[in-house]
Ligand binder design. Structure first.
Ligand SMILES: Cc1ncc(COP(=O)(O)O)c(C=O)c1O
Length: 345
């Protein structure tokens, strides 16, 4: 669709993952922590967007990126943060690259597109000698509330049209807007029109997960990440087995409850080799290191004996991946490598 891909690396937090997304060892990326930004800058990445509004108290951490010749673009949506950025830029004689964060319907962060103060804030950024105003950035996280592909398509169009219309409003007010940046995995998986947009920032798609499959951004067979687990208890008298994957292996993300309905399930229990979901089982309870699988009559008890391996497809791969020290790369059943994600903030 003729836009730049600036993949989010927060799902995998690895050089290897970024390489797969970009097809090379550098290029534009999006990060969600300054720790990711520092490590990717150390690996030679020179164009990074930190896509969480920066804490005013951490603005001085930008200095390290200037020292390395890395353009770290930050985003903000408040005058308080703008003042902190301008203060830092003046004291350290720097020009900071900044996006204005826009709320395109998710209502998590960002200025409201109809708020006149949003235009004033953008104009102050544009006119500031301390700031290189990069443009407008939005994220349609509300695409995760959809129930199917048609619904996601509508949100994708809302993300595009609201963000582009706001950018045009700024242009009419005399503000130059070089970049219009949008993107979530659901919207980018189905979008058909990106007129007026300059770049997209999906991230989760590198692994996908149970949530994405439930809402229609991918098929279950597209999901690359699973947790290999072992049955550590078997209790046929109460139709239950225990596995050694609890909340610290899978996270307690309840998944797409608005689609799946019924009782919660904390992941899809699968055959360890074929990755096909086992019939009649539900991962219904998690404590720190225990996972409780409820087993229906007729379920394959043979595959649920103590010591047997299973694979669990997590509801939310970003959270699950962040809980592990490393990922094993598997191809055709054999381990072919390992990746170590960046930790911390
Ligand atoms: C600002 C921003 N951009 C892009 C993304 C990537 O979206 P996804 O996780 O759906 O791939 C996120 C994810 O939270 C985000 O917060």
């Amino acid at each position: 669709l003729a836009v730049r891909l600036r993949p989010h690396v927060k799902t995998h937090k690895t050089l290897e993952g970024a390489r797969l997304q970009l097809g090379r060892d550098d290029g534009p990326i999006t990060v969600s922590t300054l720790a990711e930004a520092r490590q990717f800058a150390a690996w030679g990445f020179r164009d990074i967007t930190y896509a969480v509004p920066i804490s005013p108290g951490r603005v001085e951490e930008l200095e390290a990126f200037f020292q390395q010749g890395c353009r770290l673009t930050i985003l903000l949506d408040s005058e308080i943060t703008l003042n902190a950025v301008e203060d830092y830029a003046r004291r350290f004689k720097k020009v900071v690259s900044v996006f204005l964060k826009l709320d395109c319907g998710y209502h998590r962060a960002g200025v409201q597109p109809t708020d006149p103060k949003a235009v004033t804030l953008a104009a102050s950024m544009h006119d500031s000698a301390a700031i290189d105003f990069r443009g407008v950035l939005s994220h349609a996280g509300h695409s995760y509330s959809c129930v199917d592909r048609a619904g996601i398509l509508k949100v994708a169009e809302e993300e595009r049209s609201v963000t582009v219309a706001f950018a045009n409003r700024l242009r009419e007010a005399g503000v130059e807007v070089p970049e219009v940046s949008v993107g979530s995995t659901p919207t980018c998986s189905v979008v058909e029109n990106l007129d007026g947009v300059t770049e997209i920032r999906p991230g989760n798609y590198l692994f996908f997960d149970g949530y994405q499959a439930a809402i229609g951004s991918c098929e279950t067979s597209d999901i690359a990440l699973s947790v290999l687990t072992t049955v550590i208890g078997s209790y046929p008298e109460r139709n239950c087995v225990l596995v050694d994957s609890g909340a610290l292996a899978l996270s307690k993300d309840p998944g797409a409850r608005h689609v799946t309905g019924g009782m919660p399930t904390f992941g899809l229990v699968c055959d360890p080799k074929s990755l096909r979901p086992l019939p009649g089982v539900r991962l219904g309870g998690l404590s720190q290191e225990h996972g409780q699988i409820e087993v229906e009559a007729g379920a394959p008890w043979d595959e649920l004996r103590v010591g047997n391996k299973l694979r669990i497809i997590p509801n939310h791969s970003c959270l699950t991946a962040a809980l592990f020290e490393q990922y094993w790369m598997v191809d055709g059943g054999g381990v072919v490598g390992s990746w170590k994600p960046i930790r911390g903030w």
